[in-house]
Design a protein around this ligand. Structure first.
Ligand code: TR5
Length: 144
């Protein structure tokens, strides 16, 4: 009984977290986001990789021991992956390769996950394209 109580507590927490994420998912208005302030260094973040096109910093609400967001410095209409156009080809490749560089720096090349939430149905909450790099623990499949 104690065990099942613990399980139901865990699922309640997961349900609450899931509802909170769904509630946080917003519409894509194209307005500037908090990530502009992070890029401009007006808001502090823990930067783990930076070059002229890409910034990678730790997620403020980590879902894994390693949880880094990899973003383009110039959004250029890329509020979400679903808005990608042919001109974004290069930056999309840069972001993915930067994720690999960060995975290597973080020591998680044995297994990591890259996630992109695109649009409200995927619970996207910040409309500046970003890759979530997650690792440092055994990942589960399928994702929710
Ligand atoms: O839900 P999506 O895929 O849009 O992911 C947005 C991510 O941004 C979430 O995982 C948030 O935890 C993360 N986030 C939000 C803020 C923030 C952040 N990561 C680092 N620093 C942040 N600051 C300073 N402010 C945020 N609002």
């Amino acid at each position: 009984p104690q065990y099942s109580k613990a399980i139901s507590r865990i699922s309640a927490t997961n349900d609450e977290e899931a509802s909170a994420r769904e509630a946080a998912a917003t519409a894509d208005t194209g307005a500037p986001t908090i990530f502009d302030k992070i890029i401009a260094k007006e808001i502090p973040s823990t930067i783990v990789y930076e070059d002229d096109k890409v910034l990678a910093f730790r997620d403020i609400n980590p879902e894994a021991p390693v949880h880094v967001l990899v973003i383009p410095k110039f959004r250029d209409g890329l509020t979400q992956l679903g808005k990608a156009e042919a001109r974004h080809w290069d930056i999309l490749g840069e972001l993915l390769y930067a994720a690999k560089i960060v995975a290597e720096k973080e020591g998680i090349l044995d297994g990591f996950r890259v996630v992109i939430n695109s649009g409200p149905a995927a619970c996207q909450s910040v409309y500046h394209l970003h890759l979530h790099l997650l690792g440092g623990r055994q990942m589960k499949w399928p994702p929710g």
